[in-house]
Design a protein around this ligand. Sequence first.
Ligand SMILES: O=C(O)C(=O)C[C@]1(C(=O)O)C=C[C@@H](O)C=C1
Length: 386
Amino acid sequence: MADGRFEMSEKTTAELEKLRGLIDGVDQELLKLLRQRLDLVAQVGAVKHNAGLPIYAPQREAAMLAKRRVEAESLGVSPQLIEDVLRRLMRESYLNEKDVGFKQVNPDINKVVIIGGRGQLGTLFAQMLTLSGYPVHLLDKDDWDNADAILAGAGLVLVTVPIAITCELIRSRLQGLPKDCILADLTSIKSQPLQAMLETHCGPVVGLHPMFGPDVGSLAKQVVVVCHGRQSEAYAWLLEQIAIWGARLVEADAGKHDKAMQLVQAMRHFSSFVYGLNLCREQADLDSLLQFSSPIYRLELAMVGRLFAQSPELYADIIFAQQESLGAISDYLNNYAGALAMLKAGDRDGFVRQFREVAEWFGDFAPQFRSESRSMLQSVNDMKSH
Ligand SMILES: O=C(O)C(=O)C[C@]1(C(=O)O)C=C[C@@H](O)C=C1
């Protein structure tokens, strides 16, 4: 008898078979318990839907995790194990509760128009708004002949078109919106679109930046940046609605937000692009890189590789959005060149000195990132099947 390439005696085989049968039984019990938990979560979802409560309940989660960790410890089970399992289960809850739909915060809105509504982010927001009971109309590239009819009587117009055409579209097409209509955008830079909206429309205006891609299963725990424009009391319902979807709203000054995006998006994505470009030019053998990879390298390769599974236009839009990003990217290049010079000069002490300087600057974040990445790396390893 063999298990993979290991030979086993008949006695060992029999013992293992018996124990594995018992494990199968326990796993089947777990499955039934999971089914029970999902049914209860569905009931919680219905209660929350009626009461207009958010999907994500951080205090309940923290209290529950703390209790289960203590109980785990007294049973000789690792607290981290129960925490991992429960967090994974709660991710499932977010998805399940979403399908029940959401309370409609403002039933007086007769029409929501999403410009660019057939794009990926537009589709996601259309789905969330529809699940919340709003009548959603889409206005995409081919619908402009009917624009007046589509926009007539809109209570909310949400602009989600490529950055490069956002301001121009707002200025040239959205002049005649109803006075009380909310004009909002989902663009990943905020100053210019906000200014364009304020100049074009005299009613309520707000800039939003969802800090996630369209492939998130649910908005629970995702961040949406809010840059206030005008008449915030008129769009308070929209922010409350987004919070009910589970997202965390982070208010920011548009200029500050855009400056952060030069590092968080433009520079980050650009360096991922160059990393991929370099692998391509070096004709790296990805198969063997993966074979030799440690979990952190696998994660890094996944982060870079996923870029190239998406639309080049989308990333071009993000990277080219702000002229000022050039400064952040050039600084990076200069730092790279400086570090390379140190390497060429064999200045090992210099490297260690700078490393310490940076570590000190990271401060408490460094150990925090280390422990966060530890569980990510363990998940990466769990995903391997051989
Ligand atoms: O208790 C709730 O409010 C739930 O929605 C259930 C549940 C869970 O799966 O246990 C899911 C999401 C919340 O963030 C907290 C807990």
